[in-house]
Design a protein around this ligand. Sequence first.
Ligand SMILES: Cc1cc2nc3c(=O)[nH]c(=O)nc-3n(C[C@H](O)[C@H](O)[C@H](O)COP(=O)(O)OP(=O)(O)OC[C@H]3O[C@@H](n4cnc5c(N)ncnc54)[C@H](O)[C@@H]3O)c2cc1C
Length: 294
Amino acid sequence: MNRLKPFAYFEPTTLPEAIEILAAKKGAAFPLAGGTDLLVRMKRGVIKPSTIVNLKRIEGLDQIKKEPGRGVRIGALATFSAIEDSHLLRLSHPVIAQAVSVLACPSIRNLATMGGNIGRASPASDAAPFLMILGATVSLKGPQGERELGMGEIFSGPGTTASRPAEAITSLLLPDMASHSGAAYLKIGRREGMDCALAGVAALVTFSGGKREAEDTKIALSAVAPVPMRAKKAEKTILSGRLTEKCIREAAKVASEEISPVSDMRASASYRREVVRVLTYRALMTALQQAREG
Ligand SMILES: Cc1cc2nc3c(=O)[nH]c(=O)nc-3n(C[C@H](O)[C@H](O)[C@H](O)COP(=O)(O)OP(=O)(O)OC[C@H]3O[C@@H](n4cnc5c(N)ncnc54)[C@H](O)[C@@H]3O)c2cc1C
């Protein structure tokens, strides 16, 4: 770890003020949320921002609230602990508490935020897969106003988002889940706790009235491509016929073939393919069971 290089530090109390500072610094300023990623990269000398804009004093950015008729809105500054403990989210999107419980450890979750996780755009993000299967949209605010991006559009490459200069992520909107649906997130790291995924799989199954064919299926993966991705070929396999165990087994195989994993210090590419096959099968079977139970 290096000694931090000097940097200008701002603590705005309103969003317009934060955006004004980010815009004035023309891309040289970084927003700070929980700091669990940004400060680590600064200490390692990976990035050397000249300006830090701490967003934590901006009121309301950490709220988790129901938007009647639309879903649940999670503020960008909501910590993963708050998300995990949210009674509202446990009722509306139970997969989130289950997924967040395997993200890092409680002390990191007490600081790390949803906005920071998306802003970091890590290929191994644990939040991206469940946000993708739930059809979340990301709200951004910048000098040119507000806009929304789908989870399929937000990542532009490893470590980069499609945000424009001086734009900050303000919240995420999760549409309500259909009644006959189930979802699960499974990940494997090198050790049980406190490790980034060497592969992560989120799966959603929604039934039509007859409960034999899936009306909708979504599968999203992390740590197996330059950005978190949907396994669209595997999804098509599920939607093309009756939802049997054999069909799920086939979809899991298709998912393992449509990824582009790398070999690195965490795992080899071939091991990642095998992990994706096994986790996709398990996540789909869990989601299927939950969906059947309604
Ligand atoms: C020990 C350890 C274990 C970890 N384990 C995991 C894990 O298991 N799974 C996982 O997914 N991650 C893990 N992480 C990574 C990190 O904790 C998460 O990515 C976390 O969600 C980052 O959130 P933060 O609020 O701390 O972001 P920060 O560190 O404050 O910021 C991260 C990046 O996002 C930008 N940013 C922050 N907020 C915004 C915003 N509102 N709008 C635009 N840009 C923004 C920052 O400028 C920075 O580039 C781990 C980190 C550590 C140190």
